[in-house]
Design a protein around this ligand. Structure first.
Ligand SMILES: [Zn+2]
Ligand SMILES: [Zn+2]
Length: 147
């Protein structure tokens, strides 16, 4: 994954919620069942580094989707905004993974990873899989467990 971030701005569909963040260029797709029921397909993820500055925060609805993460969406237009890994030791703000479609600088993103690949239902696929990393759930968990 490319690590040099770019300064991004983003917004939900209706524009009531906007944000600025440092975003990593390497964007990904998560095929897990929760992401698919949340997004209608794989969640296209743009990883933020450090804090995300929101405005219009009153319009954000938070759903706690697991013990370790929350998902945020706009109450007005329903656009998915982020997957937030909750703070943990060594990561005081947690980690924000923004919905890639909300990032204004679309041309700065590249598609460089897929995760939970064995959860993909089989009726869609992305071309050129050899151009990016593709991890199963177990491989991804091993990476997080190893830190
Ligand atoms: Zn909105
Ligand atoms: Zn997922």
């Amino acid at each position: 994954m490319t690590d040099k971030t770019f300064s991004a701005s983003g917004a939900c569909m209706c524009g009531k919620v906007t944000y600025t963040a440092n975003i990593k260029p390497g964007a990904g797709a998560c095929h897990c069942g929760m992401c698919r029921s949340w997004s209608g397909g794989p969640f296209m993820a743009a990883h933020a580094e450090g804090k995300v500055q929101f405005s219009g925060e009153a319009h954000i609805s938070i759903y706690q989707s697991s013990q370790w993460a929350q998902r945020g969406f706009c109450k007005v237009c329903g656009a998915n905004l982020f997957y937030h890994l909750l703070p943990r030791p060594g990561l005081p703000d947690g980690e924000y993974i923004m919905s890639a479609g909300t990032v204004k600088e679309q041309q700065s993103l590249t598609f460089d990873n897929e995760v939970f690949i064995e959860h993909a239902p089989g009726w869609y696929e992305f071309t050129a899989p050899e151009t990016r990393s593709r991890l199963t759930e177990a491989e991804l968990m091993a990476m997080y467990g190893a830190e």
